[in-house]
Design a protein around this ligand. Sequence first.
Ligand SMILES: NC(=O)c1ccc[n+]([C@@H]2O[C@H](COP(=O)([O-])OP(=O)(O)OC[C@H]3O[C@@H](n4cnc5c(N)ncnc54)[C@H](OP(=O)(O)O)[C@@H]3O)[C@@H](O)[C@H]2O)c1
Length: 359
Amino acid sequence: MKRIALLGATGSIGRQAIEIVEAHPELELCALASGSQPLDELAARLGVRHTQVGGDLTELLERCEPDVVLNAVVGFAGLPATMWTLERGIDLALANKESLVAAGDLALAAQARGGGRLLPVDSEHSAVFQCLEGHPAEQVHSIVLTASGGPFRGRTRTELVEVTREEALAHPTWSMGPKITVDSATLANKGLEVIEAHYLFGLPYSRIEVTVHPTSIVHSLVRFRDGATLAHLGYPDMRVPISYALTYPERAATPLPPLDFAAGLTLEFSAPDLDAFPMLALARAAGERGGTLPAAFNAANEVAVAAFLAGRLPFLGIAALTEQVLAAVPGTPARDLDELVAADAEARRTATLLMALQP
Ligand SMILES: NC(=O)c1ccc[n+]([C@@H]2O[C@H](COP(=O)([O-])OP(=O)(O)OC[C@H]3O[C@@H](n4cnc5c(N)ncnc54)[C@H](OP(=O)(O)O)[C@@H]3O)[C@@H](O)[C@H]2O)c1
């Protein structure tokens, strides 16, 4: 029996994780956490004793003795749980990419001390993780992350000036929470994923590529030194990578049908448009410069997306504000968690100030 602490239980990933756990007798939920939604009813239905709404989630983790922590909190708020889990050598199923992006070096150091597994839940990283299995690092040439391109794929920068919140939230292939859906529309999500991949797979940024693949059937690819490329294919459904992370290395059955090739399957790939979607290049640059800049990228994006969703910033303002914040903050090495948290707070303050100064 694997005891799973589910953080972000009321969200898109959280709800799908509950479905997976309920379908597998060898999985058991030992704790549930949310940000503000009450959990009593859900906990009673699922028979879970330990719950927490908001606050410091490490207090919940201390109480519930998990074998696996599924961190599906959205945003930088997921960081303490990521660090707590890695430090203690407990397996971390990570959906909360923001914590690894912001604190990559510190998180990997904590994992090295703790000795637990870091299992990606993001579908792209789960795909790469699976394609890499059994292959030593020296055989790997590069990895290719696929991006659906979001609802605005094919539009020029000018055509993005007046897009609305509702249009940005209408993702063509994935059904997800609002923040990641907007991140997919700006390609910030793919930028976060490039940084996430750098830390998860230990590859330099020059060997992490992004390709636009509208149907999201190929979840990502790994190129090897002999010219072979392995790809991971499946219908776009997060229950597959969630199940893989929770049942690893067993690969349990899911209700998903196998791909139907007889129905016809066309796989298209193209280069991302970095002019219309500058967040991808901004993230890559922040990742390459390192230190506290990935945390600043993430913080600026979180502030900008919240403002866009609240109707206070236009769509193109998300990238403009993030660029301004990255130019304004110093980007120092993050030697410990306190420095990182301070850098996150400074980037948020700068973003808020810059927004207030805008006409
Ligand atoms: N959805 C996907 O398909 C998908 C795919 C790949 C990766 N991810 C990643 O998975 C994470 C979750 O995404 P999502 O789409 O599931 O988001 P979501 O639907 O917005 O759910 C977010 C969850 O986080 C909780 N939460 C927010 N702030 C919190 C806090 N301060 N403390 C504790 N819990 C907090 C929310 O609780 P309340 O309901 O109470 O606010 C909710 O349960 C994100 O990092 C995202 O990038 C998601």
